[in-house]
Structures are given as structure tokens and as C-alpha cells.
Design a protein. Structure first.
Length: 215
């Protein structure tokens, strides 16, 4: 299954968003990120694609930056409430999540607040394997985010084997055509992934290669 962070405006990349709707049965969720967060006001184009994805059965997650535990609790929650009220999102994607055990109480409070705000799917994007205690807080942990070159040699800690693969996701960019990203993710205990060809400072501007190949 694919978790897709497509950080492009639907008015400019309408076909890419339409492709996500067509491939709904292959998606675990889609991350909604209008402006590195919900932005200053609701956007009718994002609202339209949100409705189409949800009608197709795809969970839509509101993106909120947590700045590795430094961003105030109230600011993160305010973002999640805006997503809920403006777009009817049914989940949350908490980016730049801290990985250290000392931040567990902070993220536990965020998890409780996200659930109270209606998040049926909660994702923590650590980008690396965190303290095992984070597993109990979210439905899905992103335990790798980085380039293909680094992913090929990435290691997986033993504690992950005690949990279902459906609890882990790997986000990989700079993936060359034909690279076995999905197979590698599964072999490392992650049932959810996203592999895109994009590189540079904004790699998540491209669709997963699996969707562009399959159509």
C-alpha cells in the first residue's frame, strides 16, 4: 500500500490528483499540505480533491509540522482543527516528529488531541526508527525518509519485528526507474511505502513511480 505526500496544488497538477483517485484501491492514505500546513484560509481546489479522495475511500491526512518536538502543542493542534473544519480530513500526518524517548509525553498529548479532533488515522513521520514507545501512539510510523542511495543500506532494529508490517512506512525519493523499492520495503518489515523519482529540496512534487507505470 502507498502513503502519498503529493505537495502540489491541484489547480496546477490536476491530472496527478486525478490519478490518485483512480488508484484509490492502492492507497493507504494521502497527505494534504496546502502551504506547509493548512494555510491562512480554505482553498476550494484542495477541498474538491479531498472530497473526491474520501468518496473513493482514501483517508486524507492533514499535514502539520512538529519541528522535532519544539513546536508548541497548541499550534500543532490549531493546524489539525483547521484541516478538520476546512477540509473534513479524517487523519493527521505529524511531520518532523522527534525520535527520542524524552519526547514521548509531548507526542502522547498530541496523539490524544489529534484523536479528539477526529483523526481516525494518525501518522508520525520520524524519518528514522524512533524509540519503540512511539508505536503505541500512532497507527503508522514513518521510520525512513530519505534518498534511494541511503535506503539501500538502511538498517532495521530488531524491535520492529514484534509489530505488524502495517504499522511501518518508508518514504524514499530519488528512486531510479525499475528499482525494487516496494520489495525492499516489505523485506524490511514495512507494508506501506512511497517511492518517487523526485530529488532535491522538493522531492514530493512527483507521483509514486508505481502509479505512473501502472497508470
Amino acid at each position: 500500500m502507498l502513503l502519498v505526500p503529493l505537495y502540489e496544488h491541484p489547480a496546477e497538477r490536476a491530472e496527478d490528483w486525478a490519478a490518485l483517485v483512480r488508484c484509490a484501491d492502492r492507497l493507504r492514505a494521502v497527505v494534504l499540505n496546502p502551504a506547509s500546513g493548512p494555510g491562512p484560509a480554505a482553498d476550494e481546489h484542495f477541498l474538491a480533491v479531498t472530497h473526491r479522495l474520501r468518496d473513493a475511500g482514501v483517508p486524507v491526512l492533514g499535514y502539520a509540522d512538529t519541528d522535532y518536538g519544539r513546536r508548541p502543542h497548541r499550534d500543532v493542534v490549531a493546524d489539525l482543527l483547521r484541516y478538520r473544519d476546512w477540509y473534513g480530513t479524517d487523519g493527521a500526518f505529524l511531520d518532523q516528529a522527534a525520535a527520542e524517548g524524552e519526547f514521548l509525553p509531548h507526542y502522547r498529548r498530541l496523539a490524544v488531541a489529534a484523536r479528539a479532533a477526529g483523526a481516525r488515522t494518525l501518522v508520525l513521520n520520524h524519518g528514522a526508527h524512533p524509540h519503540p514507545g512511539y508505536v503505541e501512539l500512532a497507527d503508522l510510523l514513518v521510520t525512513f525518509e530519505g534518498p534511494w542511495d541511503a535506503y539501500q543500506d538502511a538498517e532495521v532494529p530488531e524491535w520492529t519485528a514484534a509489530h505488524p508490517p502495517e504499522r511501518f512506512c518508508h518514504l524514499v525519493y530519488g528512486v531510479p526507474p525499475g528499482a525494487p523499492a516496494a520489495q525492499l520495503a516489505r523485506s524490511r518489515g514495512a507494508a506501506v511505502h512511497c517511492a518517487v523519482p523526485g530529488t532535491g529540496a522538493h522531492p514530493w512534487s512527483s507521483l509514486p513511480s508505481a502509479l505512473t507505470v501502472a497508470g
